[in-house]
Design a protein around this ligand. Structure first.
Ligand SMILES: [Zn+2]
Length: 664
């Protein structure tokens, strides 16, 4: 097979597996195998740039930067739909159009997804262009970003027309949205407000690699071309599905508005079971001939109408405004409400976001307020029912001191949030920081949970994360519900965390705005904590993707004498504060299938490094010698019994130098 054929075959395979995974939800190969194939293709494409293809599956990982999005005129105008809010309005619409066409009509009902509208152009089965809705006449060319969305086919299959547009919506499923927000909160950033705005904001990001990281999906529902091979909307949906598009399965064909209303009522009840946000139903006349006959008004088609669900809103009494302190010291005002049923759950608390929001809404304790639940996880207050206001109520005065430690709150210029500045003395900040430190993506300390951290802090056993490394079994045993075994696990879990690599230790430190990704970037760039600690803000902003805000936060962190002391202590306990060798470059499969036992003390590398080197190169490390042990790496002061055992079972005994030679 020639290289060109090999590239072609890999591309086709990857397009197919992508389709099976993202559209059909029936993957045939593992994620790992998919990644391997993708890497192979990437490698071949890099070596053979003459076979470049803008629709290669490798383009999905992004990387293209768009400084200015070109304005593009739509070949076919993107109309907006007229809205209806009641059964009567829908019946009026049916009467109107039936009179105009002179007969009975069939309708297609589709759910109205809340996202960002998009128009995709395909030519000869390949994605040519992706344009935002804009003002309906012209939008922005966001092709590079759209290519990173896995459910957008780059290449079609079947009997597609030579050239056509297909329209739909870019949406962010609840689950992905919640995950993105959890990561932001963990990094001390403000969460995004709702999935729709986040989806539409994503389309205009300059770096397509950032878009690729977001779990966006593309749902399509409308074919547009001069000579479509179908005669109706419903057939169009089926065809689009055949060609490889993700067409929502909820679309249904209906024979009357009475049937349409059943559909509307059903989904008004069940929309919360869907993975995406929906705000209504779109009803379209099915036949294209009848659509043509009905035509358009100045703004919208006469043959389609949107039915909007009522917003999930309830009114209830606000009893009290309290304030929560986060691990970064950020204060969130919380409305404590009379319990109310909303979107299938009982709501007792709602977020008031910040002081500006309280002022804007003029919310007061004792008010009757409107609570809404959109895509947000936490419900929010959207307004006050002023007709119910008791004239005696007083304007809300925002908290001036921390509810937990009484420190005076501060608010930096240009920031919406108030902060408690008592970094080292405010209990929720101390507990929150340690909880973050031990969390799964950070130090991943087995045997220690968030509640135990609170117990340890409250019992004065620890006041910061460095104190964890001084804990002994006897210290923790007296704690509530702490058995012998769990105390042992806790202490050994803490000990084991000393092997966690630098980038995760850096993330664990809980520097504001330094999330997982930023920590990785900084670790890779600076290689060790001392280099990072002495970097200036200017120096930091020169690092790829590190902005002013992160840079300032990092230098602030290392300026603090207390933080420097903490890090020195952690260093003394043996935590990893530098990148071990050149992590990735030193990986291979040389030691595949070989089991090693390490014993004694070594001159050039530590035992942990040795262990990592073995594992990075495909070998296994075992604790004791058996017939399955291939090598014993023997250092100074090795126990004589191990040596004897190795000799007895025939394990090869090698020195540190001999081992290092095996790798080179
Ligand atoms: Zn405080």
């Amino acid at each position: 097979m020639t290289t060109q054929e090999q590239i072609k075959q890999l591309r086709e395979e990857l397009h197919r597996h992508n389709y099976l995974y993202y559209i059909e939800d029936k993957p045939e190969i593992s994620d790992y195998d998919f990644d391997m194939k993708l890497k192979e293709l990437q490698h071949l494409e890099e070596k053979n740039p003459e076979f470049e293809d803008p629709n290669s599956p490798t383009r999905r990982v992004g990387g293209a930067i768009t400084k200015n999005f070109n304005t593009v005129v739509h070949d076919y105008r993107m109309y907006s739909l007229s809205n209806s809010y009641s059964k009567e309005e829908l019946e009026d619409w049916e009467n109107r159009i039936e009179k105009s066409v002179g007969g009975k009509l069939q309708y297609v009902c589709e759910l109205k997804y809340d996202g960002a509208s998009i128009s995709l152009t395909y030519k000869n089965g390949k994605l040519q262009r992706a344009v935002t809705r804009g003002d309906g006449f012209q939008g922005d060319d966001v092709t590079n970003n759209i290519k990173t969305i896995r459910s957008v086919p780059l290449k079609l299959k079947g009997d597609f027309p030579e050239k056509f547009d297909i329209r739909g919506e870019i949406v962010l499923p609840y689950e992905g949205f919640a995950k993105m927000n959890a990561e932001r909160v963990e990094a001390g950033e403000e969460p995004y407000a709702n999935p729709r705005n986040t989806a539409s904001g994503s389309l205009k990001l300059q770096d397509s690699a950032e878009v690729a990281k977001r779990p966006l999906e593309c749902l399509l529902y409308s074919l547009v071309a001069d000579n479509l091979p179908v005669k109706s909307q419903f057939e169009g949906l089926e065809k689009a599905r055949e060609w490889g598009f993700k067409v929502p399965p909820e679309a249904e064909l209906k024979n009357s508005i009475a049937e349409v209303l059943d559909y509307v009522n059903y989904w008004d009840q069940h929309r919360h079971d869907l993975p995406y946000e929906t705000d209504g139903v779109v009803i379209k006349v099915n036949s294209f001939d009848q659509q043509d006959e009905l035509g358009y008004t100045a703004k919208s088609p006469r043959w389609a109408i949107a039915y909007k669900f009522k917003a999930e809103q309830e009114s209830t009494k606000l009893n009290k405004i309290t304030y929560q302190v986060g691990r970064t010291g950020a204060i969130t005002p919380v409305a404590n409400l009379d319990p109310v049923q909303l979107a299938g759950t009982t709501v007792k608390r709602a977020s008031l976001h910040n002081a500006d929001q309280i002022e804007k809404l003029d919310v007061r304790e004792g008010d009757t307020v409107f609570v809404e639940k959109g895509g947000e996880i936490i419900p929010k207050i959207v307004g006050v029912d002023f007709t119910q206001r008791d004239p005696e109520t007083l304007e809300t005065k925002y908290a001036e001191t921390c509810p937990e430690c009484d420190s005076e709150l501060i608010r930096k210029e240009g920031e919406a949030q108030h902060y408690c500045p008592n970094y080292n003395g405010c209990p929720p900040q101390i507990i929150g920081r340690i909880q973050h430190f031990i969390s799964r993506k950070a130090m991943d300390i087995e045997g220690l949970g968030g509640e135990t951290v609170a117990l340890l802090v409250n019992a004065n056993l620890i006041t910061n994360y460095a104190d964890l490394y001084t804990l002994k079994k006897e210290d923790v045993l007296p704690l509530e519900r702490m058995a012998e075994k769990s105390a042992e696990n806790l202490v050994s879990g803490i000990e084991k965390s000393k092997e966690i690599p630098f980038e995760r230790v850096l993330f664990a430190l809980g520097i504001r705005y330094v999330g997982e990704t930023v920590a990785k970037k900084l670790a890779k760039h600076y290689k060790n904590i001392d280099a990072l600690a002495s970097a200036s803000t200017e120096d930091l902003t020169a690092v790829d993707e590190i902005g002013e805000r992160i840079a300032q936060s990092v230098t602030d962190f290392f300026t603090s004498e207390e933080n420097r002391e903490l890090i020195q202590r952690l260093k003394d306990y043996g935590l990893q504060f530098e990148i071990i060798a050149e992590e990735l470059e030193n990986q291979s499969t040389i030691l595949d299938g070989n089991t090693f036992v390490i014993s004694g003390v070594f001159e050039k590398v530590s035992r942990n490094e040795l262990k990592k080197m073995i594992e990075d190169n495909g070998g296994k490390v075992s604790g004791s010698i058996s017939g399955k042990t291939d090598y014993l790496v023997a250092g100074e002061n090795m126990g004589p019994s191990k040596l004897a055992k190795a000799e007895k079972v025939g394990t090869k005994i090698i020195s540190e130098n001999e081992f290092l030679q095996m790798l080179s």
